[in-house]
Design a protein. Structure first.
Length: 116
């Protein structure tokens, strides 16, 4: 069986502080899934999308790749992903923060420019 019904390209999984696993995938606003475990029988349920809020120019493209997330001791979540730059289409690394929890659309604090 599949962990998600739609598949998940370039998945990143982590155990959130609420005791549930999260899985985020490449593409669009970075699909987000929730599950209770990670093993051969695990099934993840749709949980919305990681990205929310008003995105700056560097993060406008829906062609986002290779998301990862770090849950900080403060409860904030820092997500890092690649996206093509509007100026030349080259992939750039960007980040976004959720100040309070790893729920759909809570990652809303973006820097004005990508990291590189």
């Amino acid at each position: 069986g599949r962990a998600t019904p739609d598949g998940c390209a370039d998945p990143y999984a982590w155990l959130a502080s609420d005791g549930e696993y999260r899985l985020c995938c490449t593409g669009g606003d970075l699909p987000l899934w929730k599950g209770r475990g990670i093993d051969a029988n695990s099934k993840f349920q749709p949980a919305g999308v990681l990205l929310g809020g008003s995105k700056p120019e560097w993060a406008q493209s829906g062609h986002r790749w290779a998301p990862e997330n770090v849950e900080l001791a403060s409860g904030a979540n820092l997500a890092i992903f690649s996206a093509p730059a509007p100026s030349d289409g080259k992939h750039r690394i960007g980040w976004v923060v959720s100040k309070d929890n790893p729920e759909s659309g809570h990652w809303t604090v973006y820097p004005p420019t990508s990291l590189d």
